[in-house]
Design a protein around this ligand. Structure first.
Ligand code: MG
Length: 285
Protein backbone atom coordinates (compact mmCIF):
# COMPACT_ATOMS: atom_id res chain seq x y z
CA UNK A 1 0.00 0.00 0.00
CA UNK A 2 1.43 3.31 -1.02
CA UNK A 3 1.40 5.77 1.82
CA UNK A 4 1.02 9.47 1.38
CA UNK A 5 4.24 10.75 2.89
CA UNK A 6 3.03 14.05 4.22
CA UNK A 7 -0.41 12.91 5.21
CA UNK A 8 -0.28 13.98 8.84
CA UNK A 9 0.76 17.53 8.26
CA UNK A 10 -1.38 17.81 5.19
CA UNK A 11 -4.45 16.44 6.89
CA UNK A 12 -3.90 18.70 9.87
CA UNK A 13 -3.57 21.72 7.61
CA UNK A 14 -6.64 20.72 5.59
CA UNK A 15 -8.72 19.99 8.63
CA UNK A 16 -7.91 23.15 10.54
CA UNK A 17 -10.40 24.98 8.36
CA UNK A 18 -13.62 25.53 10.27
CA UNK A 19 -15.76 26.87 7.50
CA UNK A 20 -18.86 24.91 6.83
CA UNK A 21 -21.44 24.56 4.18
CA UNK A 22 -24.52 26.57 4.78
CA UNK A 23 -27.62 26.59 2.71
CA UNK A 24 -31.02 25.12 2.63
CA UNK A 25 -31.64 21.43 3.30
CA UNK A 26 -30.71 20.60 -0.25
CA UNK A 27 -30.71 23.19 -2.98
CA UNK A 28 -32.76 22.60 -6.05
CA UNK A 29 -29.59 22.88 -7.99
CA UNK A 30 -28.94 25.15 -10.87
CA UNK A 31 -28.32 22.11 -12.99
CA UNK A 32 -30.32 21.31 -16.05
CA UNK A 33 -32.83 18.53 -15.57
CA UNK A 34 -30.86 15.34 -15.48
CA UNK A 35 -33.89 13.16 -15.97
CA UNK A 36 -34.47 14.00 -19.58
CA UNK A 37 -31.29 12.83 -21.13
CA UNK A 38 -28.50 10.49 -20.31
CA UNK A 39 -25.35 12.27 -19.34
CA UNK A 40 -22.64 12.17 -21.91
CA UNK A 41 -19.52 12.08 -19.81
CA UNK A 42 -16.35 13.30 -21.37
CA UNK A 43 -13.37 11.17 -20.63
CA UNK A 44 -10.91 13.17 -22.63
CA UNK A 45 -9.48 14.83 -19.54
CA UNK A 46 -8.99 11.53 -17.80
CA UNK A 47 -6.05 9.23 -17.84
CA UNK A 48 -6.71 5.87 -19.47
CA UNK A 49 -9.17 3.82 -17.50
CA UNK A 50 -8.15 1.12 -15.08
CA UNK A 51 -7.34 -2.24 -16.51
CA UNK A 52 -9.84 -5.04 -16.19
CA UNK A 53 -11.17 -5.44 -12.70
CA UNK A 54 -12.40 -8.95 -13.26
CA UNK A 55 -11.73 -11.13 -10.29
CA UNK A 56 -12.70 -8.51 -7.79
CA UNK A 57 -9.58 -6.39 -7.65
CA UNK A 58 -8.82 -3.02 -9.17
CA UNK A 59 -6.27 -4.69 -11.38
CA UNK A 60 -3.99 -1.73 -10.88
CA UNK A 61 -1.76 -3.14 -8.16
CA UNK A 62 -1.48 -1.32 -4.87
CA UNK A 63 -1.93 2.27 -6.00
CA UNK A 64 -4.85 3.02 -3.71
CA UNK A 65 -4.51 6.49 -2.18
CA UNK A 66 -8.03 7.60 -1.45
CA UNK A 67 -11.57 6.51 -0.71
CA UNK A 68 -14.41 8.74 -1.90
CA UNK A 69 -17.60 8.39 0.12
CA UNK A 70 -21.11 9.25 -0.83
CA UNK A 71 -23.03 10.47 2.23
CA UNK A 72 -26.79 9.73 2.27
CA UNK A 73 -27.39 6.02 2.60
CA UNK A 74 -23.66 5.41 3.14
CA UNK A 75 -22.54 7.42 6.16
CA UNK A 76 -26.03 8.33 7.38
CA UNK A 77 -29.22 6.29 7.37
CA UNK A 78 -31.10 9.23 5.91
CA UNK A 79 -32.70 7.67 2.86
CA UNK A 80 -35.85 6.38 4.60
CA UNK A 81 -36.62 9.99 5.59
CA UNK A 82 -35.96 11.31 2.09
CA UNK A 83 -38.17 8.55 0.62
CA UNK A 84 -41.06 9.29 2.97
CA UNK A 85 -40.76 13.05 2.48
CA UNK A 86 -40.72 12.74 -1.32
CA UNK A 87 -43.65 10.36 -1.31
CA UNK A 88 -45.75 12.60 0.92
CA UNK A 89 -44.97 15.80 -0.96
CA UNK A 90 -45.53 14.33 -4.40
CA UNK A 91 -48.80 12.73 -3.32
CA UNK A 92 -50.03 16.12 -2.15
CA UNK A 93 -49.38 17.53 -5.58
CA UNK A 94 -51.17 14.67 -7.31
CA UNK A 95 -48.10 12.65 -8.30
CA UNK A 96 -47.50 8.96 -7.80
CA UNK A 97 -44.01 8.39 -6.45
CA UNK A 98 -43.81 5.28 -4.23
CA UNK A 99 -41.26 5.36 -1.42
CA UNK A 100 -39.17 2.55 -2.86
CA UNK A 101 -38.90 4.33 -6.20
CA UNK A 102 -37.26 7.28 -4.48
CA UNK A 103 -34.22 5.07 -3.88
CA UNK A 104 -33.89 4.57 -7.64
CA UNK A 105 -33.68 8.32 -8.18
CA UNK A 106 -31.36 9.12 -5.29
CA UNK A 107 -28.77 11.59 -6.46
CA UNK A 108 -30.94 13.40 -8.95
CA UNK A 109 -31.66 17.06 -8.43
CA UNK A 110 -35.06 17.89 -6.99
CA UNK A 111 -36.13 19.37 -10.33
CA UNK A 112 -35.09 16.25 -12.16
CA UNK A 113 -37.05 14.00 -9.85
CA UNK A 114 -40.20 16.09 -10.15
CA UNK A 115 -39.92 16.31 -13.93
CA UNK A 116 -39.27 12.61 -14.35
CA UNK A 117 -42.52 11.79 -12.60
CA UNK A 118 -44.38 14.65 -14.27
CA UNK A 119 -43.31 13.50 -17.72
CA UNK A 120 -44.36 9.97 -16.93
CA UNK A 121 -47.72 10.99 -15.58
CA UNK A 122 -48.68 14.03 -17.64
CA UNK A 123 -46.23 14.09 -20.54
CA UNK A 124 -44.97 17.57 -19.62
CA UNK A 125 -42.39 19.05 -17.31
CA UNK A 126 -43.39 21.22 -14.38
CA UNK A 127 -42.76 24.95 -14.23
CA UNK A 128 -39.84 26.24 -12.19
CA UNK A 129 -42.29 27.84 -9.79
CA UNK A 130 -44.21 24.65 -9.13
CA UNK A 131 -41.03 22.63 -8.80
CA UNK A 132 -39.86 25.09 -6.14
CA UNK A 133 -43.17 24.71 -4.38
CA UNK A 134 -43.10 20.90 -4.41
CA UNK A 135 -39.50 20.84 -3.34
CA UNK A 136 -40.03 23.17 -0.42
CA UNK A 137 -42.86 20.95 0.81
CA UNK A 138 -40.59 17.91 0.47
CA UNK A 139 -37.85 19.72 2.41
CA UNK A 140 -40.28 20.70 5.13
CA UNK A 141 -41.40 17.10 5.57
CA UNK A 142 -37.79 15.93 5.59
CA UNK A 143 -36.91 18.45 8.27
CA UNK A 144 -39.72 17.18 10.48
CA UNK A 145 -37.79 13.95 10.97
CA UNK A 146 -35.10 13.70 13.62
CA UNK A 147 -31.54 13.99 12.33
CA UNK A 148 -30.52 10.79 10.57
CA UNK A 149 -28.33 8.40 12.53
CA UNK A 150 -24.84 7.46 11.37
CA UNK A 151 -24.83 4.16 9.50
CA UNK A 152 -23.60 1.29 11.70
CA UNK A 153 -20.03 0.40 10.81
CA UNK A 154 -19.35 3.70 9.06
CA UNK A 155 -17.16 5.35 11.69
CA UNK A 156 -15.18 2.15 12.32
CA UNK A 157 -14.52 1.86 8.58
CA UNK A 158 -13.47 5.51 8.32
CA UNK A 159 -11.05 5.04 11.20
CA UNK A 160 -9.51 1.97 9.55
CA UNK A 161 -9.05 3.87 6.30
CA UNK A 162 -7.52 6.86 8.05
CA UNK A 163 -5.14 4.58 9.91
CA UNK A 164 -4.01 3.18 6.57
CA UNK A 165 -2.91 6.67 5.56
CA UNK A 166 -5.49 7.01 2.80
CA UNK A 167 -7.25 10.25 1.95
CA UNK A 168 -10.96 10.34 2.72
CA UNK A 169 -13.27 12.47 0.61
CA UNK A 170 -17.00 13.18 0.66
CA UNK A 171 -18.79 13.45 -2.67
CA UNK A 172 -22.42 14.26 -2.02
CA UNK A 173 -25.28 15.96 -3.79
CA UNK A 174 -26.43 17.24 -0.43
CA UNK A 175 -26.28 20.86 0.62
CA UNK A 176 -27.48 20.67 4.18
CA UNK A 177 -26.86 23.25 6.85
CA UNK A 178 -23.42 22.93 8.40
CA UNK A 179 -22.68 19.64 6.72
CA UNK A 180 -19.08 19.63 7.88
CA UNK A 181 -20.01 20.42 11.49
CA UNK A 182 -22.40 17.52 11.46
CA UNK A 183 -19.85 15.17 9.95
CA UNK A 184 -17.26 16.27 12.48
CA UNK A 185 -19.71 15.63 15.28
CA UNK A 186 -20.44 12.04 14.27
CA UNK A 187 -17.10 11.20 12.67
CA UNK A 188 -14.51 13.29 14.52
CA UNK A 189 -11.12 13.95 12.90
CA UNK A 190 -12.01 12.34 9.60
CA UNK A 191 -13.23 15.02 7.19
CA UNK A 192 -12.17 18.46 6.09
CA UNK A 193 -13.77 21.07 3.84
CA UNK A 194 -11.03 20.94 1.24
CA UNK A 195 -11.77 17.32 0.52
CA UNK A 196 -15.52 17.65 0.16
CA UNK A 197 -17.67 17.98 -2.93
CA UNK A 198 -21.22 19.12 -2.19
CA UNK A 199 -24.21 20.41 -4.14
CA UNK A 200 -22.59 23.85 -4.14
CA UNK A 201 -19.47 22.74 -5.97
CA UNK A 202 -20.95 21.22 -9.08
CA UNK A 203 -23.09 22.21 -12.02
CA UNK A 204 -24.57 18.87 -12.92
CA UNK A 205 -24.47 16.46 -10.01
CA UNK A 206 -24.82 12.69 -10.15
CA UNK A 207 -25.38 10.66 -12.33
CA UNK A 208 -23.03 12.92 -14.27
CA UNK A 209 -19.41 12.06 -13.44
CA UNK A 210 -18.69 15.70 -12.57
CA UNK A 211 -18.85 15.35 -8.75
CA UNK A 212 -16.38 12.46 -8.73
CA UNK A 213 -14.12 14.15 -11.28
CA UNK A 214 -14.11 17.19 -9.00
CA UNK A 215 -13.36 15.03 -5.98
CA UNK A 216 -10.32 13.63 -7.72
CA UNK A 217 -9.26 17.12 -8.72
CA UNK A 218 -9.56 18.38 -5.14
CA UNK A 219 -7.56 15.43 -3.86
CA UNK A 220 -4.96 15.53 -6.64
CA UNK A 221 -5.93 11.98 -7.56
CA UNK A 222 -6.27 9.81 -10.63
CA UNK A 223 -9.07 7.23 -11.06
CA UNK A 224 -6.59 4.40 -10.55
CA UNK A 225 -5.74 5.76 -7.10
CA UNK A 226 -9.35 5.87 -5.88
CA UNK A 227 -12.18 3.71 -4.69
CA UNK A 228 -15.75 4.99 -4.37
CA UNK A 229 -18.31 3.82 -1.82
CA UNK A 230 -21.88 4.38 -3.05
CA UNK A 231 -25.35 3.12 -2.21
CA UNK A 232 -27.38 4.58 -5.08
CA UNK A 233 -27.65 3.28 -8.65
CA UNK A 234 -27.12 6.76 -10.08
CA UNK A 235 -24.18 7.29 -7.75
CA UNK A 236 -22.59 4.10 -9.02
CA UNK A 237 -23.20 5.31 -12.56
CA UNK A 238 -21.52 8.62 -11.82
CA UNK A 239 -18.48 7.00 -10.21
CA UNK A 240 -18.07 4.46 -13.01
CA UNK A 241 -18.43 7.22 -15.60
CA UNK A 242 -15.56 8.98 -13.83
CA UNK A 243 -13.51 5.81 -14.32
CA UNK A 244 -13.31 4.83 -10.65
CA UNK A 245 -13.51 1.39 -9.06
CA UNK A 246 -16.84 1.38 -7.22
CA UNK A 247 -18.00 -0.47 -4.15
CA UNK A 248 -21.76 -0.58 -3.76
CA UNK A 249 -23.32 -0.98 -0.33
CA UNK A 250 -26.95 -1.98 -0.61
CA UNK A 251 -28.40 -0.21 2.41
CA UNK A 252 -31.87 0.28 0.92
CA UNK A 253 -34.78 -1.76 -0.47
CA UNK A 254 -33.57 -2.08 -4.08
CA UNK A 255 -32.49 -5.44 -5.50
CA UNK A 256 -28.70 -5.95 -5.73
CA UNK A 257 -29.04 -6.23 -9.49
CA UNK A 258 -29.93 -2.55 -9.79
CA UNK A 259 -26.49 -1.68 -8.42
CA UNK A 260 -24.50 -4.31 -10.32
CA UNK A 261 -26.27 -3.37 -13.55
CA UNK A 262 -24.86 0.13 -13.15
CA UNK A 263 -21.38 -1.39 -13.05
CA UNK A 264 -20.61 -1.74 -9.35
CA UNK A 265 -17.37 -3.68 -9.01
CA UNK A 266 -18.14 -5.08 -5.58
CA UNK A 267 -21.27 -5.25 -3.52
CA UNK A 268 -21.74 -5.47 0.24
CA UNK A 269 -25.08 -5.79 2.03
CA UNK A 270 -24.25 -3.09 4.60
CA UNK A 271 -21.60 -0.65 5.77
CA UNK A 272 -20.85 -3.00 8.65
CA UNK A 273 -20.16 -5.81 6.16
CA UNK A 274 -17.85 -3.53 4.18
CA UNK A 275 -16.09 -2.52 7.39
CA UNK A 276 -15.66 -6.15 8.42
CA UNK A 277 -14.37 -7.08 4.97
CA UNK A 278 -12.19 -4.01 4.41
CA UNK A 279 -8.82 -5.67 5.07
CA UNK A 280 -9.68 -8.53 2.72
CA UNK A 281 -10.76 -6.04 0.09
CA UNK A 282 -7.58 -3.99 0.31
CA UNK A 283 -5.47 -7.16 0.22
CA UNK A 284 -7.21 -8.14 -3.02
CA UNK A 285 -6.12 -4.97 -4.83
MG1 MG B 1 -26.31 7.90 -1.36
Amino acid sequence: MEKTPSKSSQARRFCESKDSVSATEAPLASAPSMGRTQPSPTHSALPPNSPSIEGGGKGGGSALRAVLFDMDGVLYNSMPYHAKAWHRAMTEFGFDLPEDEVYLHEGRTGASTVNLVSMRQHGVEETEERIQEIYSVKSAYFNEFPPAEPMPGAFELLQKIKAQGLKILIVTGSGQHSLLDRLNHHFPDIFCRELMVTAFDVKYGKPHPEPYLMGMQKGGLTPEECVVVENAPLGVRAAKAAGIYTIAVNTGPLPDKVLTDEGADRLYPSMQALCDGWEEFVASL
